[in-house]
Write a protein that binds this ligand. Sequence first.
Ligand SMILES: NC(=O)C1=CN([C@@H]2O[C@H](COP(=O)(O)OP(=O)(O)OC[C@H]3O[C@@H](n4cnc5c(N)ncnc54)[C@H](OP(=O)(O)O)[C@@H]3O)[C@@H](O)[C@H]2O)C=CC1
Ligand SMILES: O=C(O)C1=N[C@H](C(=O)O)C[C@H](O)C1
Length: 252
Amino acid sequence: MSKLRVAVLGSEGRMGSEAVRAVEAAADMELAAALDRDDSLDDGLTRSGAQVAVDLTHPDAVMGNLERCVAAGVHAVVGTTGWTDERLAAVRGWLEASPGTGVLIAPNFGIGAVLTMQFAQQAARFFESAEVVELHHPDKADAPSGTAVRTAQLIASAREEAGLLAQPDATSTALDGARGADVDGVPVHAVRLRGLVAHQEVLLGGEGETLTIRHDSLHRSSFMPGVLLGVRRVVSTPGLTYGLEHFLDLDR
Ligand SMILES: NC(=O)C1=CN([C@@H]2O[C@H](COP(=O)(O)OP(=O)(O)OC[C@H]3O[C@@H](n4cnc5c(N)ncnc54)[C@H](OP(=O)(O)O)[C@@H]3O)[C@@H](O)[C@H]2O)C=CC1
Ligand SMILES: O=C(O)C1=N[C@H](C(=O)O)C[C@H](O)C1
């Protein structure tokens, strides 16, 4: 069986260096290229013959990288954050011109984090109140986290489907930001603290009860089974897949 040739973009970063190690340790994969900021992506992809690129760079870099991967017919597994509806639409547009190519954009590769999002979506319609608290290391590029935004969007769509009204909140705030960011009506709070890696709590509240769903990534190795699964599946999944849950066969 021939090995999948994988390029890692952002290979010197916290996630990228972990992904390089994971690809090198995978029996069915070969590290074709390890590329960071100063490397030419076009040259790197062409020379290495990479079949899949794993992007773990920066929200400012990911669109340019992805456009070039898709144009070169290289499948992509993207963990980098910064996704909006407009950005996702642009990726779909590029993929129309490259029909055999697959792109997975995963707000979170952690299996527990994906399940947290699923559980939150499932539970949301039963509770009057819902808030998301994400907690990360202070070197993180963005806030709130991509995972928290996606979680809040899933909660909001479940609430809307269930016909729930706006959340109860009679607070008048004296300081901007005290109630977090508003993502489709769901408050999202971001904590940055040395010592942390990536953590999230979903707080749900109803009459006389609360439900807390918490996930902790204690080490970046927690993301690697998801990255490798994404690489294995994306090569036979043309078009855009948004969320690792689509590769997890959750209905089994
Ligand atoms: N989906 C998921 O499960 C996860 C996603 N992430 C996301 O992954 C991204 C990276 O996170 P993290 O590893 O902590 O960040 P780091 O800053 O540690 O790593 C990013 C690396 O990418 C490099 N880089 C920047 N621009 C480019 C470019 N144009 N081409 C190639 N390399 C580039 C950076 O170089 P330089 O230092 O010189 O800027 C750095 O080496 C973030 O968006 C983060 O939110 C993180 C963890 C899990
Ligand atoms: O930057 C990080 O560290 C992480 N980024 C992703 C996000 O913003 O959701 C995934 C995870 O939370 C770690």
